[in-house]
Design a protein around this ligand. Structure first.
Ligand code: MSP
Length: 530
């Protein structure tokens, strides 16, 4: 088998595989937007990227949801999968794989993996007694539950008592290895607060967990005991592996793991940290496989400061949000306004204010003003200047020269909010620079060279800003680039030449600017409250 060396020209990342108990909500949209921005950012730098998303379709929760609607589970799943795909299209998510846990190829992978763990001796039959939250698909300790056994996460759902024979996975065997992992690879689990949470949990001692269910048909039968089905989480985590198969490839672990393993990043929400940071690495070690490089647990979204939920009736419909404001607006708000890792709030007034301030006023107007002046004072051509024509104390060159490096650094660390702020510093400085240097009066005084110096500096600043923000607001950046005379679309594949393009376009003042510029037209219209 391949030695699974990670290759720094490649980057594989995953969103969680979403439950299909309902149409996608804003929480699923949030994780997927972050994953897409990171994937686009890696592609922009010329890396080969595999962005994996998909759906988690087995288990009691899904079986019950389908039954409530009088549908066969598979019919229900197919229907919901369509709505996920359509939301990803609307949000401009460029995923490479959509992994469904009901796929036939997935069953082959699950069986092979199960067999490996079985052969290691890590699976045994025992009696499972305990409180089960169907919404979490997880057994809970009595102390973790609220009064009357209500779930602390799904506060309107009561956990159910179970007493049945299940197959168990010997998680307790991996206590030491897991502790060593968190210790020796502090970056494995991020941010640091989540790492501490997991380390403390593991320190209390790990218990084996059951990986099969009886009296539940909606799942894969356990190869050694077909009256049991495989526990939905054991099945779902392996969906990440199945996703790595090339379309049509024979579904074996060897094939699946040959190109993209180990996965570089699992991006998840904080509620499913234990499964990814404790169960998953232990399962992989048991099967003799290397573990993923990094897990990042983001925070939860609230609405107007309140926990979102169907009971409170304050959920945000992501379809509606995109229909009203467009994909770029939604992407920008969640990436810029919420520091990844922390909980974040959605408030519609703030949403509108942020977008109007940053994208309509600061960035959109900057482009418009500059193009207007270039038409008037330079006959619509970019002046023939380069970075060398500016002193190091020039206010825009000063910010622009290593902006690309700062943004790369921020994005590598998943600090998209910081990346946006860095770019905005240049955008705001550019607006101020135009006001301060008043090229219109210099033009009247016949100082053409000075006018050109000013306009080229702003042109490069607006171009660089659009380029660096392209993973976040691809449509808007494409429009800006097109008005600057580039025949580009940041949504199309640039992989082949991306690296060379990045070397030039991520730098301030590197572009030969004697280009015919496009016509100025507003790129981002002001939003209004409904
Ligand atoms: N099916 C499992 C994942 C299996 S991965 C092998 C699952 N699915 S889920 O659909 O319930 O949740 C998917 C993601 O949505 C989780 O990362 C979760 O954190 C996220 N969110 C759900 N509600 C959320 C908010 N209110 N805010 C932000 N993200 C939240 O768990």
């Amino acid at each position: 088998m391949n030695n699974y060396q990670s290759d720094n020209r490649k980057f594989a990342l995953t969103t969680p595989l979403y439950y299909v108990n309902g149409v996608p909500h804003i929480g699923s949209a949030y994780t997927t937007i972050v994953a897409d921005a990171l994937a686009r950012f890696q592609r922009l730098q010329g890396k080969s990227v595999l962005l994996i998303t998909g759906t988690d379709e087995h288990g009691q929760k899904i079986q019950r949801t389908a039954a409530e609607q009088g549908l066969e589970p598979q019919v229900h799943c197919d229907h919901i999968v369509d709505s996920f795909k359509s939301l990803w299209d609307k949000l401009n998510i460029k995923y490479d794989r959509f992994s469904r846990t009901t796929a036939a190829s997935h069953q082959a992978i699950v069986n092979e993996f199960f067999q490996r763990v079985w052969d290691t001796g890590d699976i045994y039959l025992d009696r499972q007694q305990g409180w089960y939250c169907v919404s979490c698909e997880e057994f809970k300790e009595e102390k973790e539950l609220l009064e009357n056994h209500y779930c602390a996460i799904h506060t309107n759902k009561q956990a159910e008592w179970r007493d049945e024979e299940n197959y168990f996975f010997r998680l307790s065997n991996y206590q030491q290895q897991l502790e060593q992992l968190y210790d020796s690879q502090p970056d494995f689990l991020q941010p640091a607060s989540r790492r501490n949470e997991v380390v403390n949990f593991v320190k209390q001692g790990l218990k084996d967990f059951s990986i099969s269910r009886v009296n539940l048909d909606w799942g894969f039968p356990i190869p050694v005991a077909p009256n049991h089905t495989i526990y939905v989480w054991f099945d779902a985590l392996l969906g990440y592996v199945t996703a790595l198969l090339e379309p049509g490839q024979e579904p074996t672990l060897e094939n699946a793991l040959s190109q993209w393993w180990p996965i570089n990043l699992h991006l998840i929400g904080k509620d499913i940290l234990r499964f990814h940071a404790v169960y998953w690495p232990a399962m992989l070690v048991s099967a003799g496989l290397p573990i993923p490089e990094k897990i990042f647990g983001h925070g939860f979204l609230t609405k107007d400061g309140l926990k979102m939920g169907k009971t409170l009736g304050n959920t945000i419909d992501p379809f509606d949000l995109v229909d009203r404001y467009g994909a770029d607006a939604v992407r920008y708000y969640f990436l810029k306004e919420i520091e990844l890792g922390k909980d974040g709030d959605f408030n519609e007034t703030r949403f509108i204010n942020v977008l109007n301030a940053d994208l309509a006023n600061d960035l959109g107007n900057l482009l418009n003003r500059n193009l207007g002046m270039l038409q008037k004072y330079c006959q619509g051509y970019g002046p023939q200047l380069t970075v060398a024509d500016y002193g190091s104390d020039h206010p825009l060159k000063n910010i622009g020269v290593d902006l690309g490096d700062r943004v790369v650094q921020a994005c590598e660390n998943l600090q998209f909010s910081k990346a946006c702020e860095e770019v905005l510093t240049l955008v705001r400085a550019s607006n101020k620079y135009i006001d301060d240097s008043a090229p219109w009066s210099l033009f009247k005084q016949g100082k053409q060279a000075e006018v050109e110096q000013i306009l080229y500096a702003v042109l490069e600043s607006v171009r660089l800003s659009a380029y660096l923000l392209a993973p976040i607001i691809p449509n808007l950046s494409s429009k800006i680039y097109q008005q600057l005379g580039f025949d580009w679309d940041f949504n199309s594949d640039l992989e082949e030449q991306a690296k060379d393009i990045f070397q030039i376009h991520s730098q301030w003042g590197k572009l030969p600017a004697n280009k015919t510029l496009g016509k100025a037209s507003p790129v981002f219209s002001k939003l209004e409250l409904p």
